[in-house]
Design a protein around this ligand. Structure first.
Ligand code: HEM
Length: 154
């Protein structure tokens, strides 16, 4: 095996591992947080820790997919060697990164309710969790569409 091929294989392995890290940790996460909110302040505190940790894993995954995706393009001979589906995937992942910026302010609203468990904060946290669910579904839609593009016949 040539070293160029070995490099592409290692990058592809990392690329797919990062894609899994982006998809997996957020699955069911907003449901966990909603259950935490319904179960009392201590549960919500734990759910917020879970939210931040799994959110961080997904961020590392998304960033890793982006970087290894570009590395694969350059290791494979540049943009001219890869069809439009890879360019479209870059567009989708860029949109996913833009969509991810909604999460921080929304999770801050949930964290505020965990610290200060008033009726008003809890109602606001419930609204924030609903918004988070929508943005999370959008992320998974971008993820799935990117996977279809990756597997599209070249
Ligand atoms: C910035 C966005 C992305 C870029 C530039 C990119 C780039 C690439 C490239 C160039 C390859 C082919 C490697 C080769 O044959 O040498 C590849 C393969 C692959 N990518 Fe991506 N990718 C991106 C996003 C994603 C995402 C979001 C996922 C997961 C949903 C993903 C999953 C895969 C898979 C499963 C393969 C293997 C496909 C196969 O070999 O048939 N990629 N990617």
């Amino acid at each position: 095996m040539t070293s160029a091929l070995a490099l592409r294989l290692i990058l592809l392995f990392l690329h797919i591992a990062f894609a899994a890290l982006w998809l997996g940790p957020p699955l069911g996460l907003t449901k966990t947080v909603a259950r935490g909110l319904a179960s009392g302040q201590e549960s919500l505190r734990l759910a917020v820790i879970e939210l931040k940790f799994r959110g961080m894993l997904a961020t590392i995954g998304g960033f890793g997919v982006f970087v290894t995706g570009f590395a694969l393009i350059f290791a494979g001979g540049g943009f001219s060697k890869f069809g439009p589906q890879f360019h479209a995937a870059i567009g989708l992942v860029t949109l996913a990164i833009a969509n991810s910026f909604f999460f921080r302010p929304l999770s801050a609203r949930v964290a505020a309710a965990a610290e200060n468990y008033t009726d008003a904060n809890r109602a606001d946290a419930a609204r924030a969790i609903r918004r988070m669910t929508i943005h999370s579904n959008v992320q998974h839609l971008f993820w799935t569409a990117s996977l279809v593009l990756m597997l599209w016949p070249r």
